[in-house]
Every structure is written in structure tokens, then in C-alpha cells.
Design a binder for this molecule. Structure first.
Ligand SMILES: [Zn+2]
Length: 76
């Protein structure tokens, strides 16, 4: 049996991209509803995306670039 949190983590990026099937979407949401850890991770990933999108709109400063690099989150 697969670790549900690992499975949820795998679905996190496609979930945020809205490219999951309805079935996977329900699965991910069900897990997020019951798992505090994944919920926190989801909120972090979500806010990071908003932050990155905003930063891309403005001119990205060197300081911000360094900050993002230090987060070591794979960005697509
Ligand atoms: Zn979990």
C-alpha cells in the first residue's frame, strides 16, 4: 500500500495546475481534508505560486531570486 501522504504530494503540483482527473481531484481533496500535514504543504505551495506569479509580473530583483533559490522548491 502506498503512503497516502507521498501519493498526495505527487498529486500536489498537477492539482495546483488543475490537470488532475475528477477522480484524482476527489482523492486529493479527501486526503487534504483529513491530513493536517498535507493541508499545510498545500497552502504553502499555493501561496508560493501566487508569490511567484506576482514576482514574475514585476521585475524580479536579485534579492528575490536568491530568496526563491534558497527555498529549493522545484518550480515549473
Ligand atoms: Zn497527508
Amino acid at each position: 500500500m502506498m503512503d497516502p501522504c507521498a501519493h498526495c504530494e505527487e498529486m500536489m503540483q498537477p492539482y495546483l495546475d488543475h490537470v488532475l482527473t475528477d477522480e484524482e481531484m476527489v482523492e486529493a481533496e479527501a486526503h487534504l481534508a483529513e491530513c493536517e500535514k498535507c493541508r499545510r504543504r498545500y497552502r504553502f505551495e499555493e501561496s508560493l505560486r501566487v508569490y511567484v506569479r506576482k514576482a514574475a509580473d514585476e521585475q524580479m530583483s536579485d534579492e528575490l531570486r536568491v530568496k526563491l533559490a534558497s527555498l529549493r522548491i522545484p518550480l515549473e
